[in-house]
Design a binder for this molecule. Structure first.
Ligand code: TXA
Ligand code: MG
Length: 325
């Protein structure tokens, strides 16, 4: 693996590698992604191998201009309000941490996204990242880039180039070091194919922000990841990233509501992660803090759950999953 800096000359080297079917980890505003040419099946297969990711878990296709959506999605299937909502969401949140699930173009179309990228689903996940390095990498390569988070399956998502190098560095070709990511949590995954949009994964854009833009309440999948305990089978999951145990540190993690956390007896061999007054900052630092606590040799980690509102919903979701076994 070769480590590159975020200057244009280095991004051009990485872009060429993408064109040649190689794997490049790169910064986005949410977390680092592991990128491959979305239309190169060999490269896609290597992404699944590098992450030890099951093939049934589809990838997000990253684009560098909103008009590419028309190339890979079949927007004729979005009728009535749905088309209006889509346009409003794109205007409000792209580029940025919102991934849209849309119907794919049919199989006989020249821009049919390979089944390997979408796990055979009739839909594709599409995202236009705002990070300048991500945008340049996509533009310079001339490709659409399929990219999961650049961690091995089920592990913590990387928010620093070092996290990527430690976790999967030996199995990829390049990593572009763009420093710490800004949002720190993955993008919000919003399914646009139902009657009303539905959040499949809480993330950088909040439910409240989305509802305000489309002036409509979103379909609720469930209140809290904690209620997922009796999760039936994997196949029933619309978004496999919604597995109850995900984003997990190696050290056992317990979650606590605020009052419970304050009442815990402090022990020197246990790690503690508190909320600050600023949830945006907490989100940005969440995975980095978990990585640090995880490598500090504690017997367990205690994490305080923030209130459910705004970005707090996404932080709660990740912490509860990190604690699920
Ligand atoms: O912020 C992010 O979204 C980062 C950066 C790198 O862009 N990417 C990321 O990718 O988190 P990944 O692969 O770790 O998570 C993608 C999520 C998974 O939960 C996957 O199941 C879901 O999106 N997904 C992808 N395609 C889907 C589809 N067609 N239908 C439903 N869910 C889909
Ligand atoms: Mg991931």
């Amino acid at each position: 693996m070769i480590k590159l800096q975020d200057a244009d000359d280095d991004i051009k080297i990485a872009a060429k590698a993408i064109r040649q079917g190689e794997l490049v980890a790169f910064p986005t505003e949410t977390v680092y992604g592991l990128g491959a040419d979305a239309f190169n099946e060999k490269a896609l297969a290597r992404v699944f191998e590098a992450k030890a990711r099951p093939r049934f878990d589809p990838l997000i296709i990253h684009i560098a201009d909103a008009h590419y959506i028309e190339e890979i999605a079949d927007l004729s299937k979005l009728t009535g309000d749905k088309r209006r909502w889509l346009d409003a969401l794109i205007a409000a949140f792209w580029p940025g941490p919102l991934t849209l699930i849309l119907p794919k173009k049919p199989r006989d179309s020249a821009s049919f996204v390979p089944d390997l990228a979408t796990a055979g689903l009739p839909t594709a996940a599409i995202r236009f990242p705002s990070h300048p390095v991500a945008r340049k990498l996509i533009e310079f390569s001339g490709c659409l880039i399929a990219a999961p988070s650049a961690n091995s399956f089920g592990h913590l998502s990387p928010t620093l180039a070092e996290h990527v190098i430690e976790d999967i560095g030996s199995r990829i070709d390049y990593v572009i070091d763009g420093g710490p990511t800004m949002v720190g949590l993955e993008s919000t995954v919003l399914d646009m194919t139902g009657e009303t949009p539905c959040i499949l994964r809480a993330g950088g854009v909040t439910r409240e922000q989305i509802e305000k833009i489309i002036n409509k309440e979103l379909t609720q999948r469930r209140k809290d990841a904690k209620n997922l305990g009796a999760l039936a089978s994997l196949r029933e999951l619309k978004s496999p990233g919604q597995l109850p145990s995900h984003y997990a540190p190696h050290t056992k993690l317990f979650t606590h509501e605020h009052d419970e956390m304050m009442a815990l007896p402090k022990k020197s061999d246990e790690g503690y992660l508190y909320c600050s007054g600023n949830l945006i900052e907490d989100a940005a630092k969440l995975f980095r803090s978990l990585h640090e606590l995880d490598s500090a040799g504690y017997t367990c980690i205690h994490a305080e759950l923030p209130p459910e509102a705004g970005i707090g919903a996404a932080i709660r979701d990740r912490l509860i999953r990190a604690g699920a076994r």
